[in-house]
Design a protein around this ligand. Structure first.
Ligand code: GLC
Length: 744
């Protein structure tokens, strides 16, 4: 016992023995290891620490940008200076502090500093009295993460609650803010990692820790949270523009059991005049859950089905899980075994585990050869007219092993690093989605891929969008989807959403109405529910609920030009599409605590009704001028107002000074509209813009687009000079002022 305690005692890196200067880096050789501080940009610094004499190979799945322009740094007596930051290093023991040029300390090592306890690496960091934390990827907890603990270990937990620490996606990126001081830390370690932002040893400290590996973190300093997020997405990459149809409403169920059912559902949308762009085939479309097959009885002619869907403006998305049924009569299994594509046990022999198909083999997606092999299996799906791929169960979920995943000693290729599952676990799903994205790019050169994944790691936005996995048809889970998606959006993944209506349990009409109203303003808008639950399509609860769902889905479609602008901003510099109030109003302290309201872009404020039976709610309007979208009543911000919310109304406000580009209601994104409607909400300065492209082709250079700017002054619309790289951009504008026609 005593021995174990000594073994696990914390060893800090200790005192600095020698200092070795490099180009933009300085190495501190310490008593118990080596620490390297590298300046990547004026506000971006990387810190690595090892207890070995030399740092290990520089490898990361998350990091997209490897080269940075040389940044001038001044290094004098323990101080590294950039044009934004002063990094002070105290030598005995080594402690690093990051401060702004005016001397405000942003953050620093605290207490025992950096070091190791057993195999674990850890950083004790100073926490300011008024510091708030955001980001941290996916979590079903509060918006502000101060006081919480997040575990980064991709976990399939369909019964998660507000207190659950580990969910499907791991993004160890922390955003910190307090008045006048903003920073971010990306802790790039794919082992099981914990951010303990609760009270640890004392009020003044928080702890970042991983089960093993080197300390490797990036520190982002910025004048605002915006700048911190921009820096993080510069490092880990940004999403590509998705196909325009992916912004439309999408319908799913586990499962629509046959071609007939799929076609019936699709036709019902058209008959009922409810807009919809995509329908999903969950696991039952396959033959015995064998991936890349079709059930010959229930889905005998998939090509005819996708053709039929296309004719009425629907895309088909099919699920693909990582587990390959261990069945030598099945080509994917046979071929994979022959070519050595599956993971093996630590002692040799195939690793097998149980998922939907029964006993399965698992491809090693961390091997580039396996990614390429897996990718090619998508060809047939694409040839059959499938438009997008849904990657699921890729934490990976493995039911018959402790912890619901693979044993930690399973060897992975890890792009030449040869590691065990303990290090590969959190990037298994990431690399599956990557394989899929790369395959779609290769197989359909000119088309934008659509990939949706359940498990992910930092940087996933380069390959896939995400949804928040299995939630429940409960009001609490609806409410928590707001902070959950806001923090995901701040963590570099702007294209995200939750299962509208809830996945597990039976939904109710009221919950579906309220969830659809809010879901219409989330970046990803898909209704999905589990096997055995009652039907959850917009019409499943009678006319009143159907009418409400129709009205809000239509509103989503009318707002598509505005939403498309926001997707472009996200693709350009990582700006969230769905934003917490403080993103737009950083000086308004109320916005940091509000997690039952959000902004869609700069102009729309959404205040969902997240309580059963409620017919009114308090809405906080940030410091500005606002219009009630429904009544057009004008409000001064900086106050709470009581908003009426009968079942058919979700409080919605437009910021004065906005010009919202909109369209006439359409049934799917393939329908052309002849005019763009500009809905003007006058303020002291009123402006807007419209981004247009063909919505479908993959424009690597992001250059074939049109951009038109508008201004409203003295009762007149002025159309600014247009960048016209996309030929069939709208030429007609209809102008409304606060919803009222002024001229055609
Ligand atoms: C998982 C997914 C869920 C899907 C089900 C069956 O639980 O999260 O969305 O419907 O598997 O494939």
């Amino acid at each position: 016992m005593a021995l174990a305690m000594t073994d696990c005692a914390f060893t800090s890196v200790g005192s600095v023995i020698t200092v070795e200067k490099r180009d933009s880096a300085v190495d501190f050789v310490c008593k118990h290891g080596r620490v390297r501080v590298t300046v990547l940009a004026d506000g971006i610094v990387r810190v690595r620490a090892t207890r070995a004499t030399e740092l290990g190979p520089d490898f990361s799945y998350a990091v997209a940008r490897k080269r940075w322009p040389k940044t001038p740094v001044r290094i004098t007596a323990g101080i590294i200076r950039t044009r934004k930051l002063v990094i002070s290093i105290t030598k005995s023991p080594l402690r690093i502090a990051f401060a702004t040029l005016d001397g405000t300390v942003l953050n620093r090592d605290n207490g025992r500093g950096m070091g190791w306890e057993g195999a674990k690496c850890r950083s004790h960091r100073w926490r300011a009295r008024d510091e708030m934390f955001f980001g941290c990827g996916e979590s079903a907890g509060p918006l502000n993460k101060r006081g919480s603990t997040t575990t980064f270990w991709n976990t399939d937990d369909p019964n998660h609650t507000y207190a659950t620490e580990a969910l499907y996606i791991s993004i160890p990126f922390l955003i910190s803010t307090r008045p006048g001081a903003h920073y971010g830390i990306f802790w790039d370690n794919t082992h099981r990692t914990r951010f303990n932002l609760a009270q640890v040893e004392d009020e003044k400290q928080y702890v970042l820790e991983s089960d093993a590996g080197e300390i490797d973190y990036y520190f982002f300093a910025g004048d605002s949270i915006r700048e911190v997020v921009r820096g993080y997405t510069e490092l880990t990459g940004r999403m590509w523009m998705p196909p325009r149809w992916a912004l439309g409403y999408q319908q799913s169920r586990w499962s629509y059991m046959s071609t007939d059912e799929i076609m019936d559902i699709a036709r019902s949308f058209r008959e009922r005049k409810i807009p919809c762009d995509a329908i999903y085939c969950d696991i039952d479309y396959m033959d015995g859950y064998r991936v890349f097959t079709w059930n010959p009885k229930t889905f005998p002619k998939p090509r005819a089905m996708t053709d039929g869907l296309r004719k009425i403006g629907f895309k088909l998305v099919t699920i693909i899980d990582p587990g390959v049924k261990n069945d030598n009569g099945y080509s994917v299994c046979r071929d994979g075994k022959k070519k050595g594509m599956f993971l093996e046990n630590a002692v040799g022999g195939w690793f097998t585990g149980t998922v939907w198909p029964g006993e399965c083999l698992f491809p090693d997606f961390t091997n580039p050869r396996v990614r390429a092999w897996w990718g090619l299996w998508h060809k047939e799906l694409l040839d059959l007219g499938v438009a997008g791929i849904w990657n699921d169960m890729n934490e990976p979920a493995v039911w018959n092993h402790p912890g619901g995943t693979m044993p930690l000693d399973i060897p992975h290729e890890y792009d030449g690093q040869h590691v065990t599952h303990a290090r590969a676990h959190n990037v298994y799903g990431f690399n599956m989605a990557r394989a899929c994205h790369e395959a779609l790019r290769k197989l359909r050169r000119d088309e934008r891929p659509f990939v949706i994944t359940r498990a992910a790691y930092a940087g996933i936005q380069r390959y896939s969008m995400v949804w928040t996995g299995d939630n429940q048809s409960l009001w609490e889970q609806f409410a928590v989807s707001i902070p959950e998606c806001l923090n995901l959006s701040l963590s570099g993944v702007p294209f995200c959403g939750a299962d509208v209506g809830g996945f597990g349990r039976d939904c109710t009409g009221e919950l579906l109405a309220r969830w659809t109203q809010a879901g219409a303003f989330f970046p990803f808008f898909r209704n999905h529910t589990a096997v055995g639950t009652r039907q959850q399509e917009p019409w499943a609860f009678g006319m009143e609920i159907e009418d409400i769902c129709r009205a809000y889905i239509r509103l989503r479609y009318r707002l598509l030009p505005y939403l498309y602008n926001l997707f472009r901003e996200a693709a350009l510099d990582g700006t969230p599409i769905m934003r917490p109030l403080f993103w737009e109003f950083p000086d308004d302290p109320h916005g940091y605590a509000i997690d039952d309201q959000f902004l869609l872009g700069p102009s729309l404020l959404i205040a969902p009704i997240v309580k059963p039976g409620a017919t009114a709610r308090a809405v906080y309007l940030p410091e500005d001028q606002w219009y009630d979208y429904w009544t057009k009543q004008h409000f001064k911000g900086g106050q709470y107002i009581a908003a009426s919310a009968p079942l058919d109304r979700m409080p919605l406000f437009v910021r004065a000074g906005s010009i919202l580009p909109m369209t006439k209601p359409i049934e799917h994104t393939g329908q052309k509209t002849e005019a763009i409607i500009l809905d003007v909400y006058p303020g002291p300065k009123t402006a807007g813009y419209l981004y247009e492209d063909d919505g479908a082709t993959f424009d690597y250079k992001r250059s074939r687009y049109s951009l038109t700017r508008f201004e409203w002054a003295d009762g007149k619309l002025r159309i600014g000079k247009r960048k016209a790289g996309y030929q069939s951009a709208a030429k007609l504008y209809r102008v409304l002022v606060a919803g009222r026609e002024v001229r055609s």
